[in-house]
Design a protein. Structure first.
Length: 296
């Protein structure tokens, strides 16, 4: 079974590539720059029609939340228009599509975890572009599966865990926001789940198609809590570990406003598939261990 994945250098694409070794029945092909560029109209559709995969995973995205405030057209082009083009091209060759989305489609105003049927109300251009991408995918391909995840971290690319480890090598004290809560999710854990879904479809199943699910790590914390966990593991491993001091969002102004509560309720995916991602602490520790070992 051939699975086409958009992107190659992103956290999820690299994680899918690594975890693909555990799924020999799946042939993973990557549509990425320079041959495929989601910023160019028609580029991703051309790649999909040429490869004619059995499943498309749209893992590529414009993910720089702050820069999206200054480049809204580019963010919309990649996260919304290209997502719709990918979904339409997949539909034209009879393939389902897995579209990755984000907790940032929500405002963060609720006091409880967000469910799949809660009102989408993004407060940043990034969140708005991803919400628009969801709608375009739904309209273009009935055989879609939209997976919203959150706070993605991994041994790859740019992410919060890597930033903390790098910063601790040159600074003794780091200040980190403690009033935004979410579920830090390992891209490797996410890749395992996505490939399991694709494998199920390879056997002729269609479970989840036409639906939206939340898929994120078990447990929740703040950015401060995640930073503390990262530094605790660094210290245990004998790597540089900074002291972490909590601050509020007002003390760390950013170009884009972040949701204060972006905890996703993942009970529906657990009920549907029996799928539950590992606790964020365990996954974060494993990522730190890899990054520290790579630096030695």
């Amino acid at each position: 079974m051939k699975v086409l994945i958009t992107g190659r250098e992103g956290q999820l694409a690299q994680s899918l590539n690594e975890r693909g070794n555990d799924h020999p029945q799946l042939e993973l092909v990557f549509a990425a720059r320079p041959d495929t560029d989601l910023s160019i109209r028609g580029s991703v559709a051309k790649a999909i029609k040429k490869a004619r995969p059995d499943v498309v995973i749209n893992a590529a995205a414009y993910t720089d939340v702050d820069r999206a405030e200054d480049q809204p057209e580019l963010a919309y082009r990649i996260n919304a228009l290209a997502a719709g083009e990918a979904a339409r091209a997949a539909a034209e060759i009879g393939a389902p599509i897995i579209q990755l989305s984000t907790d940032y489609v929500f405002s963060g105003g609720l006091k409880r975890p967000y469910r799949e049927d809660d009102l989408v109300s993004p407060i940043s251009f990034y969140g708005a572009s991803k919400a628009a991408g969801e709608e375009r995918v739904r309209s273009a391909n009935a055989r879609h599966l939209i997976l919203r995840t959150s706070w993605v971290v991994s041994p790859f690319g740019r992410n919060f865990v890597k930033t903390m480890i790098d910063a601790a090598r040159s600074r003794d004290v780091l200040t980190v926001v403690d009033d935004q809560r979410g579920r830090p999710t390992s891209a490797l854990d996410l890749a395992d789940a996505i490939l399991e879904i694709a494998e199920g479809w390879a056997g002729g199943g269609a479970q989840g198609q036409g639906q939206t699910f939340h898929l994120a790590a078990s447990g929740e914390t703040s950015w401060y809590g995640l930073a503390c966990a990262v530094m605790d593991e660094c210290a245990r491993l004998g790597a540089p570990a900074a002291k972490i001091e909590p601050i509020n969002s007002a003390q760390w102004p950013t170009r884009a406003v972040r949701p204060q509560n972006s905890v996703l309720d993942c009970s529906m995916v657990q009920s549907k598939w029996g799928m539950r991602l590992p606790d964020w602490r365990d996954s974060a520790r494993k990522i730190v261990q890899r990054l520290v070992a790579d630096h030695e």
